[in-house]
Design a protein around this ligand. Structure first.
Ligand SMILES: [Zn+2]
Length: 496
């Protein structure tokens, strides 16, 4: 398996998230296990079992337990490359999810899991369970037969069926199952431990259902996100998760708040701990890995070890600065906390805007809502997703209408976008500004022309605007109806 599935076209890994398919490669001659191979054409690598045993022993001497994860049923692109017979029958829209309608899949995973569980002494086995895109299952005759035979309701219960069968294999070896919070979909046995990554709600719900939980929310603990102003940081999977935000997470508060007056302190025993995740889609060098890890991993450790309500960020920051200095002397590459830029300065001060507080109407197809953050007089911070200062646009035929309340003389119209191509953002080539006096008859006044290279990848905030000389009450921003679906975020429409 490793000889065929552990190596691929180097370009793919060095041009992160390019959207092009991975081309696998055979193990190159002369490859030394335990090293990263990159000759400019082929990239990859793997560990031997002896090297893994050595790693487990090294960690154990430092009171660290390593828990392995074998992904089931999704994230299996390498497995399906080597065993294409595990694809769903017929057309498969996704290329990394195995077919749970095939009986042969289960003895295969049983063998793999047993081999892995024999290797790692930990009482846990992590089986993944996350991001299994289910559109194959909905059209695969074998999956549909399994759903009928097992009297399952839908593809979500098929996932649950799959996880329950895998859990039996894990338990039969005397181990406990851990899975990402999607294992809650379609029901779950009480003994499973849930690792909660999709925000904090899933984990809190699981604890309320008396499951053991490890909190690992992407909103606080995804260390693959950038940690400072994106213009000075290496490219990252999401823009901004600074040390202070990582440090601010209080898992117990979320649980207490979610329970409200029904809170029973005994459920807190199910909170097993915290975990930071450093996924490496954008990271192929160890110095980059260390940079993302330090000092944010110190904050996660301090959160896990500190009683609720005992934390103090300024004090922690001083300790982190001292500790960074110490590990840098030992040769580690860390983020330069002393030179941290912090929040986007332009987002902290109000900007002049004639549209301040105007009535907004955001239309996408038949859906109508307001978008008041676009006329609140503030630009957005580096954060994009889940930041209420930014408005996502995703789809086609989107318009924003701004009613200024009365006719005004307008001299400038502009809009601030964020572009982040590696996350598949697609900004409009020719969004158009139109104006109207009566709200019925609109005339185009300005069309910002975006001329963005398809090769762009890094995060970028762009303001497009221009002079107009017009009197109007209504301003419309219209995303034109091109063939491609648009995706991106806006922080402010600026009218002066
Ligand atoms: Zn199938």
């Amino acid at each position: 398996m490793v000889k065929k599935g552990a190596f691929g076209d180097s370009w793919y890994f060095n041009h992160i998230l390019s959207g092009k398919p991975l081309v696998f490669a055979e193990e190159p001659a002369g490859y030394v296990p335990g090293t990263v191979y990159d000759d400019g054409k082929i990239y990859g690598g793997y560990y031997t079992k002896d090297q893994i045993r050595e790693m487990i022993a090294y960690a154990a001497e430092r009171q660290i337990e390593i828990i392995p994860e074998i992904e089931i049923p999704g994230h299996n692109m390498a497995l399906l490359h080597v065993h294409p017979e595990f694809f769903c029958t017929g057309e498969h829209k996704v290329n990394n999810v195995i077919c749970p309608g095939q009986e042969e899949v289960f003895p295969f995973f049983e063998k793999v899991l047993k081999e892995v569980m024999d290797l790692f002494p930990t009482p846990y086995m992590h089986i993944g369970g996350d991001e299994a895109e289910k559109s194959n299952w909905a059209v695969c005759p074998l999956c549909q037969k399994r759903i009928a035979d097992e009297q399952l309701k839908d593809v979500y219960e098929l996932q649950s069926y799959c996880i329950r069968r895998v859990e039996k294999m894990v338990n039969a070896c005397g181990k406990k199952l851990i899975g990402w919070d999607e294992i809650l979909e379609g029901g779950l046995s009480d003994n499973a431990t849930v690792m909660s990554w999709q925000g904090t709600e899933g984990g809190v719900e699981a604890i309320r259902m008396n499951h053991d939980v490890i909190m690992s929310p992407s909103t606080f603990y995804y260390l693959d996100f950038g940690q400072d102003a994106p213009y000075k940081e290496p490219i990252a999977f999401n823009a901004y998760l600074p040390l202070e935000v990582v440090y601010s997470y209080e898992p117990e508060e979320d649980i207490i708040a979610a329970c409200g007056k029904d809170y029973d302190p005994s459920i807190m025993k199910h909170l097993q701990g915290l975990q930071g995740n450093l996924w490496t889609e954008c990271i192929i060098r160890s110095d980059h890995f260390e940079y993302m890890l330090y000092p944010r991993s110190f904050a996660i450790a301090e959160n896990a070890w500190s009683p609720k309500g005992s934390k103090n960020y300024p004090v922690f920051r001083e300790k982190a600065l001292a500790f960074i200095k110490r590990i840098q002397e030992e040769g580690y590459h860390t983020f330069d906390l002393a030179s941290e830029v912090g929040h986007r300065p332009e987002a902290d001060v109000p900007i002049p805007n004639l549209a301040l507080g105007a009535k907004t109407t955001w239309r996408k197809g038949d859906k109508v809502e307001t978008a008041d953050m676009l006329v609140d007089g503030y630009l957005g911070d580096w954060t994009i997703r889940r930041d209420p200062k930014w408005k996502e646009f995703n789809g086609k035929e989107i318009t924003l209408d701004i009613d200024l309340g009365e006719c005004k003389d307008l001299h400038y119209i502009g809009v601030e976008y964020v572009d982040f191509r590696i996350r598949r953002f697609r900004l409009p080539d020719d969004a158009q500004f139109l104006v109207s006096e009566d709200g019925v008859n609109f005339v185009p006044v300005y069309t910002p022309k975006l001329r963005l290279s398809d090769d762009r990848s890094h995060y970028c905030i762009l303001t497009f605007g221009g002079t107009v000389n017009v009197r109007a009450r209504y301003v419309r921003l219209q995303f034109n109806k091109g063939p491609k679906k648009l995706r991106g975020y806006l922080s402010e429409v600026i009218i002066n």
